[in-house]
Design a protein around this ligand. Structure first.
Ligand code: SAM
Length: 343
């Protein structure tokens, strides 16, 4: 069929595709959880071989792979084998820079249950997560270590998307001596910064249960000798007197009043010449598009929070005694947002 002959999609068909869109991720999760992308690393394989290795039902697996091949996740060969594609490569569980960790979070039943409460979040302005689980997101992670581990791995997995790889080179650290990563998660971002700038010393500040994981990451990254790990809550205080305070993907987890409290803690810890660096998705003031809009809805469902524009960050900074000095674009709409104490 030529392009001209192709049938136009009717509004019904388009809408059907839209509201059944979760069928596709279910198929992707199924194949990824069975680690099919890993199993294809040496070339195309038959459904029978893959079913044997994954201990699954051959015909059902073949139908899932055939469907995923139709949208480019795998490639079906003329003789009916399934091979890898650039898309399936992003789901390898054996590659550190893959999206596997993030997929495992999105696929978690406890995460999904909060998304199912989006109508509640819209009705009340309260987090869907708390309606689903009767506790906040981070309390839940502290009480469920497996969920905490999934979340920490997801954050590390998301690093490539959020610009962690380029951020250490995009900011001039040459005159900086010490940097605090406030709520630095597993520690991979701080390890990256310290490795890129051998003169720097670092402090990783996190909730106590996450600190032990971070220590191991910093050790593995070869920077533990230049880094102190401190447990605590940014609602109480943050280690004082350092040159640079970084918060990567933190402020978007919190509604405005809590975000201002966190920023005030940082402001109190900062010297007059300290800098605050937020690494966040910076929404355009108008005409949003793509995945950033759905990340904003995820923030609503999980935390009752939001992605923000530069203007919205300026408003928060002003309430915390800070002022925005500049923004430095990273990748995929993420940016370094620099602020300093307002005098
Ligand atoms: C979205 S993750 C970002 C982690 C890390 N900055 C990154 O980008 O990979 C949010 C982090 O905030 C931490 N956190 C939550 N509440 C906190 C609190 N009250 N004090 C300090 N850290 C907190 C969590 O443990 C979690 O690691």
């Amino acid at each position: 069929m030529t392009r001209m002959q192709q049938k136009e999609t009717s509004p019904q068909e388009t809408m059907l595709q839209m509201f059944t869109a979760y069928w596709l991720p279910q198929a992707i999760h199924t194949a990824a959880k069975l680690r099919v992308p890993d199993l294809l690393k040496d070339g195309p394989r038959t459904a029978a071989e893959l079913a044997r290795d994954t201990q699954t039902h051959e015909d059902s697996l073949r139908r899932v792979l055939r469907t995923l091949s139709s949208v480019g996740v795998f490639a079906e060969t003329e003789d009916g084998r399934f091979g890898r594609t650039p898309l399936s490569q992003t789901l390898r569980s054996d590659k550190p820079d893959s999206l596997w960790g993030y997929l495992m979070l999105v696929d978690s039943e406890w995460f999904w249950r909060a998304w199912a409460q989006l109508p509640h979040a819209v009705k009340t302005g309260q987090p869907g997560f708390e309606q689903a689980h009767g506790q906040t997101f981070f309390d839940y992670l502290s009480r469920h270590p497996e969920a905490g581990e999934t979340f920490n791995k997801a954050m590390t997995s998301f690093s490539t998307i959020s610009g962690s790889e380029v951020a250490p080179e995009r900011y001039d650290f040459s005159k900086v001596k010490t940097v605090v990563d406030v709520a630095g998660g597993e520690g991979s971002f701080l390890a990256r910064i310290l490795n890129a700038h051998p003169h720097l010393r670092g402090v990783l500040f996190e909730l106590p249960p996450v600190i032990e994981v971070a220590k191991a990451t910093l050790e593995k990254g070869g920077v533990a000798v230049r880094c102190e790990c401190l447990g605590g809550s940014f609602f109480e205080s943050v280690p004082a007197g350092h040159d640079v305070y970084m918060m990567k993907m933190i402020i978007h987890d919190w509604a405005d009043d809590q975000a201002v409290r966190i920023l005030r803690s940082c402001r109190q810890a900062m010297r007059e010449d300290s800098k605050l660096l937020l690494i966040e998705q910076l929404l355009p003031e108008r005409k949003l598009s793509g995945v950033q809009m759905f990340i904003d809805l995820t923030m609503m469902a999980m935390f009752g929070s939001k992605e923000r524009t530069a203007t919205e960050f300026q408003v928060l900074f002003a309430q915390a005694g800070l002022e925005l000095t500049r923004t430095i674009d990273l990748v995929n709409g993420y940016a370094i947002i620099e602020a300093k104490p307002r005098v």
